[in-house]
Design a protein around this ligand. Structure first.
Ligand code: GLY
Length: 428
């Protein structure tokens, strides 16, 4: 089978690499891919948000499965167009992708189906939003309703910051995405990402993972797309895991009861509060960088799992998780998530990968014409290491990081450190 993967980040590199382990995959096309996928797949140019173009390309190229990585093509309904062309698509159509594409829709779905989450109100009028802010005060979270390239969420520790965030949304900073503003409860506790494969009936959880969203050590600095991650998550109790799974199943059942055909990944972003796990958000796709620690631990045929999901026969597939730990450290361009320079030569990847159980996934790289590897984004590489225990996986990941370099590279030195100290580290 030929597979087309849409997207060009570390998540997509990890998906492509895992797909190629399948005996049923002949080759993979990546659109647009990156410097990492270029060496194992064929990178192609394609407007990934144009469903008709993706479907026509897939048909012309004899593609047997289209895997949609990022949220934008999902929200644009690319899966619907691909399915309409008779090609299996992994990823929900536009109706299901609203669970990520509209924060308001997601919250209202949670309320309708009694899924634990924080309080929330949506506003299309600035004055009403500001009045509500006076009532609920801070800390509080302000979100642009629609997709805003990861920049539409403000965690406001004071009313002034929240007020500014509301004003910016209504002033058009995020275009249409900010014309509805969602104000929601600030939830306290450790985060945990639980992703599941679902074909709308069967829900198969993946191993839990924990991302580190802040740019700097000690969870300081601005929010990013994610600076490092590990799996499994040792601080999650059995009761919390059961509650998270129940929430995921309720969401899938809830969507089904509302006539939504959901086939792909449902990503639950939870906060482990004192009152139990509560949903911060749902995403309609694999997490990034969560995928870079989850897929290396997957003991199963990813191509078969994704195809079965797309064809609504997930119940027939079996998979397991390796009894190993995975830690991934994101290497970023100096200045990220603000302005940063690109085009810097990257050194040391082969040396890093010569270490046992180390894989370097490319997130923002490109191959120059002379074959050298250059930085091409904010998050550049994800260095993932597996180990028999948490400490050895961390040690290996950081040993590998020490072998890589470019002008301006930065990374967090404490990925997984807090979890190694136990739950009390969040209460301190
Ligand atoms: N790890 C955050 C995300 O994928 O949205």
């Amino acid at each position: 089978m030929r597979v087309l993967v849409l997207g060009g980040g570390g998540r997509e590199h990890a998906i492509v690499a895992k797909l190629l382990e399948s005996p049923n995959v002949d080759d993979v096309l990546a659109a647009p891919g990156n410097g990492g996928t270029a060496s194992i797949a064929v990178n192609v140019k394609l407007d990934v948000e144009d469903g008709a173009a993706v479907a026509a390309f897939a048909k012309a190229e004899g593609v047997g499965l289209v895997v949609i990585g990022p949220e934008a093509p999902l929200v644009a309904g690319v899966a619907d167009d691909v399915r309409a062309a008779g090609i299996p698509a992994f990823g929900p159509g536009a109706a299901g992708a609203r669970i990520e594409g509209s924060k308001r829709f997601a919250k209202e779905l949670m309320f309708r189906h009694n899924i634990p989450t924080g309080f929330s109100e949506a506003f299309t009028d600035e004055e009403a939003a500001l009045e509500y802010l006076q009532e609920v005060s801070a800390p509080i979270v302000v979100k642009a309703d629609g997709l805003a390239a990861g920049k539409g969420v403000t965690v406001a520790m004071d009313v002034h910051t929240a007020r500014e965030a509301i004003r910016e949304c209504f002033a058009g900073r995020f275009g249409d995405a900010g014309s509805t503003v969602v104000i929601e409860e600030y939830l306290r506790g450790p985060e945990c990402s639980l992703l599941a494969f679902t074909d709308g009936e069967t829900v198969v959880p993946m191993a839990p993972a924990q991302d580190h969203k802040r740019a700097l050590d000690g969870d300081e600095g601005p929010n990013t797309g994610g600076m490092g991650v590990y799996s499994p998550v040792p601080i999650v109790t059995d009761e919390e895991y059961a509650a998270m799974m129940a929430a995921m199943v309720h969401a899938v059942e809830g969507m089904r009861s509302e006539g939504i055909d959901y086939r792909g990944v449902l990503y639950g972003g939870f906060i482990l509060t004192d009152e139990g796990p509560k949903l911060l958000e749902f995403n309609a796709r694999f997490g990034d960088p969560e995928t870079q620690v989850i897929l290396p631990r997957l003991d199963g045929d990813l191509a078969e799992i994704l195809l079965a999901t797309a064809e609504r026969r997930l119940a027939d597939v079996s998979l397991a998780w390796r009894d190993e730990w995975a830690v991934s450290v994101v290497l970023a361009s100096g200045g990220y998530p603000g302005d940063y320079e690109t085009g810097k030569p990257v050194n040391g990847i082969a040396d890093a990968e010569s270490l046992t159980d180390v894989t370097v996934y490319h997130a923002g790289t490109r191959l120059a014409e002379d074959g050298s590897l250059l930085t091409a984004g904010g998050r550049v590489l994800n260095v993932t290491a597996l180990g028999p225990d948490f400490a050895s996986a961390r040690e290996r990941a950081y040993e590998a990081v020490g072998r890589i370099g470019w002008d301006g590279m930065f990374f967090r030195t404490d990925i997984g450190a807090r979890a190694q100290r136990g739950r009390a580290a969040w209460e301190a």
